[in-house]
Design a protein around this ligand. Structure first.
Ligand code: GAL
Length: 455
């Protein structure tokens, strides 16, 4: 029933988008868009919108709570459900509408497109999954579509339990705009020890040179070394941020986003060459394989031996009851933690404001984070978790998070704005398809120019 509700609404919204798009073109800037007539100004929603808030509260009695995400895989679904369960126990009269939508270019491309439509049309969902960092700030906060959450942080004591750096990443002009539910690590090499053992390899490769040595042995034995799913621009963008962090030190990598290091840098060329070579050792059908398929492939008997992917993979593999895998930092990235964080915020004009505020309380709570993260494969954003509920991988990740150098993920919204993520993912997809390093690098240079890095 919930799904049907979503699909109907989706179609309607596509129409609404067209109308809105036309209206925007015709009206130019004559009238402010619907989202610009918010319930509250940046100065503080809680204090400034009492009338609208109480209306929203009334409407919320027995009402809905609609949450957008792209979490549809094993582990993702169960983790979100764990949050919903806690919420459901506390607020049994609220109907949760789980509006999850997978696929699309870039991370969560389809969901983000629909979200944009809804936001532009003045019909935001109550909340949505959003990456902490540029994705949150540039796409939604600067566009003046979100309420600040400083008052909620104060009420829930979140200023004391989230690391200061994380609060800063969630903040714009001194106020946080979303509640992080986790910390994911991008640079993990997942490997099948039994596959490596088939070619006499006991330890996973620590560098790309070692990777190609192992890959050659695997190739001779008819085993793809690297699992890749590039039927749309997405997966390879993830792998590439890992390779970039092998050829660049953190300072240079960060410089790619503030204009101090150009995307024509030779270390970018080197990273593209490495990825280009790695495709020779990937599952040969990688251009027609989807992200969902690759997880099934990785647990199959004839699986590729290794996969470079974020630690939601741990959640996916656990949800399949699969155990023949281990992990290590992606080649060349030991001592670095490519970080990203999923969060939820409060859109201006959220239809069920009280319901979503209560959901955000659950998201930020110790109980919520300790229920969600052990299933999702991520570590909690809070610094006071119950360590007993976290497994060996997650305890390893927690240690690395504390001691490693943290660098922001590109593909997952931490380092750069959404328009760049898309252009970036398309450039790397072009490499996967055309195998032309110079062309892909030119596309990256163009993407950086279009994004205005350093201006
Ligand atoms: C990331 C997201 C993770 C995970 C992953 C794969 O962008 O932050 O939570 O869902 O995509 O879908």
């Amino acid at each position: 029933m919930k799904t049907r509700y979503f699909v109907k609404r989706h179609r309607l919204l596509m129409l609404v988008t067209l109308v809105v798009a036309l209206a925007v073109v015709l009206a130019a800037c004559a009238t402010p868009p619907a989202t610009q007539a918010p319930a509250a100004s940046e100065a503080g929603a809680a204090e400034e919108a009492p009338a609208e808030e109480s209306m929203a509260e009334e409407a919320a009695v027995g009402g809905e709570l609609e949450i957008f995400s792209w979490w549809t895989s094993g582990g993702e679904v169960e983790a979100l459900n764990a949050l919903y369960e806690i919420y459901g126990e506390k607020y049994p009269d609220v109907e949760i509408v789980n509006a999850a939508l997978a696929g699309g270019a870039g991370q969560g491309g389809n969901m983000k497109a629909l979200l944009e439509t809804r936001m532009m049309g003045g019909e935001p969902p109550d909340s949505f999954q959003v990456h902490l960092g540029r994705e949150l700030i540039d796409s939604h906060v600067i566009a003046d579509r979100m309420e600040p959450l400083d008052w909620l942080y104060e009420e829930e004591g979140l200023y004391d339990v989230f690391p200061q750096d994380l609060i800063e990443i969630a903040s714009f002009e001194g106020k946080p705009y979303s509640v992080p539910v986790n910390i994911h690590r991008s640079n993990v090499l997942w490997y099948r020890p039994s596959k490596l053992a088939e070619v006499g390899v006991e330890e996973p490769p620590k560098t790309w040179d070692e990777f190609f040595e192992v890959a050659e042995k695997l190739k001779e034995a008819g085993i793809p070394a690297l699992a890749v799913a590039e039927n749309e621009p997405n997966f390879s963008g993830h792998v590439f941020e890992n390779v970039l962090n092998a050829t660049m030190d953190p300072e240079a990598y960060r410089g790619l986003f503030d204009g101090s290091v150009g995307w024509d840098d030779e270390r970018v060329t080197q990273a593209l060459e490495i990825l280009n070579q790695a495709y020779d050792y990937a599952n040969p059908d990688y251009l027609s394989t989807s992200w969902g398929d690759i997880n099934d492939r990785f647990v199959a008997d004839d699986a590729p031996a290794m996969m470079i992917m974020g630690d939601w993979t741990h959640g996916v593999l656990m949800s399949k009851g699969f155990t023949d895998y281990l992990w290590a930092p992606a080649p060349g990235t030991e001592g670095k933690f490519i970080v990203l964080s999923d969060s939820f915020g409060l859109p201006k004009n959220a239809p069920h404001r009280e319901n979503i505020v209560n959901f955000l309380r659950v998201v930020g709570s110790r109980e919520g984070q300790d229920a969600f993260n052990p299933i999702k494969g991520s570590i909690p954003a809070r610094t006071d978790p119950d360590l007993d509920v976290y497994d060996e991988y997650l305890l390893w990740s927690m240690d690395d998070f504390k001691s490693n150098e943290l660098v922001p993920s590109i593909q997952h919204g931490a380092a750069a704005k959404q328009s760049f993520i898309l252009d970036y993912a398309i450039a790397i997809n072009n490499l996967a398809t055309n195998r032309d390093v110079a062309q892909a690098q030119q596309m990256l240079v163009q993407a950086a120019e279009d994004a205005g890095f350093g201006q």
